[in-house]
Design a protein. Structure first.
Length: 292
C-alpha cells in the first residue's frame, strides 16, 4: 500500500511520525538547501541534475554534503520505491544540522539530510488549457547581492509572502520584481516572455535560481528555432509581450494569461507555450533518466 514517508539520515519512517530537533538550524534560521523532484513513470526525473544543483547550492552556503552524491541518489530511489506511489513528489533537504543557539555556523554538529515523498499533485488539466493569473511583487530576496545568490536555500519567506498576495488576488503565481524594477522570476518558478519568434528569460546573473525545467525549456525552444534572449524585462514592458509562461519541476510549464488583472496577449495560452509544453512533456517522458 502506498504511503507518505520521510527518510531522515537514511532511515525511513512514516511521514506523520517523522521528527527533527527544534535546535536544527534549518528550523531556527532557514539554514538549509533543498531540491524538489518529480517522477515520470515512477522514476525521478533529471535526478543527476538535481543532485548537482543541490551540491552547488550547499557549496555556496558552505554546508558540506553529509554523504556523497551517489549515496543521496541511492537514498532518493530507495525512498521513492518505499513510498510506492504511481507518481511522486520528492523533496530532498540538507540542513547545517543542530547545535547550541547562535548564528555561528560552527555551532552546528553535523549536517542533516531529509527526503520526503508524497503523491504527485500537479495542477488540474484546466490550468494548462486556460492558463493562470499572476501578480507582481516587488521585493529584495534573502540571498540577493550575497555569495549565496542563485542557491536554492530553505529561507523562502519572500516567496511565502508573495504567494499570499497572489492567492488573495485569485492568482496562481507571483512574479518577483527586483530593486531595479526588473521581473526576474516567479515565487516558485522561472519565467519566460514571448514576443514574435523571440523567447526572453532572465539570465542567471540576475540572481535567479537556475531551474532544471528552465534548462529543458531552453533546449526545446532552440529545437523549435526560437531566438532566445537573456534579459530581465522591466515591469513596464509586461504589456508588450505576446505570451508569458512559467516553469517548475512539479508544474512543468504553465501559461500566465493575466498579470495584475490585465490580460497577456489575447488572454489565452498562446501557440508558443502550447508547442513548448508538448515538446517539454515529450522530452520528459522520453528521457526520465534518473542520471539525466
Amino acid at each position: 500500500m502506498a504511503k507518505r514517508i520521510a527518510m531522515i539520515d537514511g532511515v525511513i519512517t512514516p511521514l506523520e511520525d517523522a521528527r527533527v530537533s527544534v535546535l536544527d538550524r534549518g528550523f531556527l534560521y532557514g539554514d538549509s538547501v533543498f531540491e524538489t523532484i518529480r517522477t515520470y513513470d515512477g522514476r525521478p526525473f533529471a535526478l543527476g541534475r538535481h543532485l548537482s544543483r543541490l551540491e552547488h547550492s550547499a557549496s555556496l552556503v558552505h554546508i558540506p554534503l553529509p554523504v556523497p552524491a551517489a549515496d543521496l541518489r541511492r537514498e532518493v530511489l530507495e525512498a521513492v520505491a518505499a513510498a510506492g506511489f504511481p507518481e511522486s513528489y520528492v523533496r530532498l533537504m540538507i540542513t547545517r544540522g543542530q547545535g547550541e543557539l547562535g548564528l555561528d555556523p560552527a555551532l552546528a554538529e553535523r549536517p542533516l539530510r531529509v527526503i520526503l515523498v508524497q503523491p504527485l499533485s500537479p495542477p488540474p488539466p484546466e490550468a494548462y488549457a486556460k492558463g493562470i493569473g499572476a501578480v507582481t511583487y516587488a521585493t529584495r530576496r534573502a540571498s540577493d547581492q550575497t555569495p549565496a545568490a542563485g542557491a536554492k536555500i530553505g529561507n523562502y519567506l519572500v516567496s511565502v509572502l508573495a504567494m499570499r498576495d497572489a492567492r488573495r488576488e485569485g492568482a496562481g503565481e507571483a512574479l518577483i520584481v527586483d530593486a531595479e524594477g526588473r521581473v526576474v522570476e516567479g515565487a516558485t518558478s522561472n519565467v519566460f516572455f514571448v514576443r514574435g519568434a523571440t523567447l526572453v528569460t532572465p539570465p542567471e546573473d540576475a540572481g535567479i535560481l537556475a531551474g532544471i525545467s528552465r534548462a529543458i525549456v531552453l533546449d526545446v525552444a532552440r529545437e523549435a528555432n526560437l531566438d532566445v534572449e537573456f534579459r530581465a524585462p522591466l515591469i513596464g514592458e509586461l504589456g508588450s509581450f505576446d505570451e508569458v509562461f512559467i516553469s517548475s519541476s512539479i508544474r512543468e510549464i504553465l501559461a500566465v494569461v493575466r498579470i495584475d488583472g490585465r490580460a497577456v496577449g489575447a488572454g489565452l495560452p498562446g501557440p508558443t507555450y502550447l508547442r513548448l509544453l508538448s515538446a517539454f512533456r515529450a522530452r520528459a517522458r522520453r528521457q526520465p533518466d534518473v542520471d539525466g
